[in-house]
Design a binder for this molecule. Structure first.
Ligand SMILES: NC(=O)c1ccc[n+]([C@@H]2O[C@H](COP(=O)([O-])OP(=O)(O)OC[C@H]3O[C@@H](n4cnc5c(N)ncnc54)[C@H](OP(=O)(O)O)[C@@H]3O)[C@@H](O)[C@H]2O)c1
Length: 329
């Protein structure tokens, strides 16, 4: 991983200005249908995931949702199947539990049907540090490690399909981890916890993992991309205290956009022919964008990969065979 001073040199004003301009763009729209395709999406019971599930269903895709709430999942199934005539199944998993994440990944791996689009959307924003029963900082677990484990355990299945798109709902918030990851303190034990920085670190870790997954999927017909879904009005932050919720409801929500733009963008990235063969990219809605310098640090990408294997206890895959780029680091 590079030093702060090296990252400082890599920040450049035109990229930042482009990002600011991109924030006011509308997403490109895809009119192609996905009849009978299978789309797996996490966190479909609320916000961006809910709007995206409806968008894909409206275009003929069958859904397999990964949700934690049984009642909301049943309501969603009833609503989507009734309204769009597609299948909307669900797997229950609390993505803050390592055991449940591994179990859900194994269920996905054993599916006989191909997964055409896999969308990692579930997420949480916390203003106070919370530790999961596995001893992992919760935002890091839900926002990053859950997607890492699922992708990792699905590498062989997705490659064997010969075609699939993985999309990670990331965020411009990865820029809050402006000087990279603190590998010596991924669990926020040595520093004062910051909601924005922990969120940024988890999103940055996900972008770094994309560098390695892209290599794993090279020439297999499988792509992996990440996107910022816009600043949109959702249920995010509801786990925080009354002050934050007041601020969210009375100030933030008034300036946030509707989730249609996120759903439209996620549909375009999953369905449009324009994205054929495009992998390892970060999009602001549907506009390709250069992420912050720490998200392009190849050495940090392999470091977080190794660290993630260590934390999750997953068996190492032959990374030299799967990701030949590693030899160049
Ligand atoms: N809103 C924005 O402006 C914005 C901007 C950039 C990025 N994002 C990203 O967009 C994604 C979706 O967020 P959102 O804004 O739509 O928030 P949201 O309305 O709170 O939706 C979050 C979804 O994730 C699920 N979820 C949360 N914790 C979970 C857990 N431990 N296990 C399983 N599922 C869990 C929630 O389930 P329940 O329904 O059971 O709570 C819900 O379905 C997140 O990755 C977020 O970081 C959002």
């Amino acid at each position: 991983m590079k030093k702060k001073s090296q990252y400082i040199k890599e920040y450049n004003v035109p990229d930042i200005l482009r990002m600011i301009r991109n924030n006011s763009l509308k997403p490109k729209v895809c009119a192609e249908k996905l009849n009978g395709k299978l789309v797996v999406i996490s966190g479909a019971t609320s916000g961006i995931g809910y709007a995206t599930a409806r968008k894909y269903a409206s275009q003929g895709a069958n859904l397999l949702c990964i949700n934690r709430n049984p009642r909301k999942s049943k309501d969603l199934k009833r609503e989507i199947e009734g309204e769009f005539g597609v299948k909307c199944d669900f797997l229950l998993a609390d993505l803050s539990s390592m055991k449940e994440v591994v179990q859900v990944a194994e269920k996905l791996r054993s599916l006989r049907t191909p997964i055409d689009v896999l969308i990692h959307n579930a997420g949480v924003y916390l203003t106070k540090r919370d530790i999961t029963p596995d001893g992992i900082e919760k935002v890091f677990m839900v926002q990053y490690l859950a997607s890492f484990v699922i992708n990792y355990l699905l590498v062989d299945k997705l490659k064997s399909q010969g075609k699939a798109r993985v999309i990670m709902v990331n965020s411009e918030g990865h820029r809050f981890a402006a000087w990279g990851l603190r590998f010596d303190d991924l669990n926020w034990e040595k520093r004062r916890y910051s909601g924005l920085k922990s969120y940024g670190s988890a999103k940055l870790a996900q972008l770094l993992s994309m560098i390695v997954f892209k290599e794993c999927f090279k020439n297999s017909g499988v792509s992996i991309n990440a996107m910022h879904p816009g600043a949109v009005k959702t249920e995010t932050g509801q786990d925080n205290g009354p002050m934050y919720r007041w601020y969210k409801r009375n100030i933030l929500d008034r300036i946030l956009k509707p989730t249609d733009i996120s759903a439209e963008a996620l549909y375009y990235l999953g369905a449009s022919d324009d994205l054929e063969g495009v992998s390892g990219k970060f999009f602001n809605l549907t506009k390709e964008e250069v992420p912050a310098p720490p998200a392009l640090d190849m050495e940090a990408a392999f470091e977080i990969w190794d660290k993630s294997l260590e934390i999750t206890g997953l068996p190492e895959m032959d990374i030299h065979e799967q990701a030949p780029e590693r030899n160049a680091v």
